[in-house]
Design a protein around this ligand. Structure first.
Ligand SMILES: NC(=O)c1ccc[n+]([C@@H]2O[C@H](COP(=O)([O-])OP(=O)(O)OC[C@H]3O[C@@H](n4cnc5c(N)ncnc54)[C@H](OP(=O)(O)O)[C@@H]3O)[C@@H](O)[C@H]2O)c1
Length: 99
């Protein structure tokens, strides 16, 4: 299982489609519950959470052997702003639970 964090974004969507085209199983992390409510297929499943939320990461990492991060928050606004990155950076400095 491959986790694509940021798999709903511009870059992440391109990566996600490439992985799916190769027949690989992918889990996508999103903060948006409406997005996470999309149908699960043989290849794509959704998980809700913020990258700064250790519990959410624990769920997201379960059974995952590869993580691709296409998360963006360097130049954006609102929920993709640098302030969001700064606010969420501290919890991820700890090692998340093993899958
Ligand atoms: N777009 C380009 O042309 C391009 C070119 C070269 C490099 N890049 C780099 O690629 C990366 C992604 O850029 P992008 O343009 O694809 O970004 P984007 O379209 O703005 O997408 C942002 C992504 O980050 C996720 N995200 C942001 N904050 C998050 C958080 N706290 N927790 C979990 N997920 C979070 C969003 O997920 P949700 O909103 O679903 O939660 C979304 O999937 C950046 O590092 C950028 O510098 C982009």
């Amino acid at each position: 299982m491959i986790l694509v964090a940021g798999g709903t974004g511009r870059l992440g969507t391109l990566v996600l489609n490439r992985l799916v085209d190769q027949g690989l199983a992918v889990r996508v992390l999103t903060r948006n519950p409406a997005t996470a409510a999309r149908p699960v297929s043989d290849q794509i499943e959704w998980t809700t959470g913020d990258v700064g939320d250790r519990d959410a990461l624990g769920r997201a990492f379960k059974g995952v052997d590869t993580v691709v991060s296409a998360i963006h928050g360097f130049t954006g606004t609102g929920s993709n702003s640098p302030a969001t990155v700064a606010a969420t950076a501290t919890p991820t400095s700890s090692t998340p639970p093993k899958p």
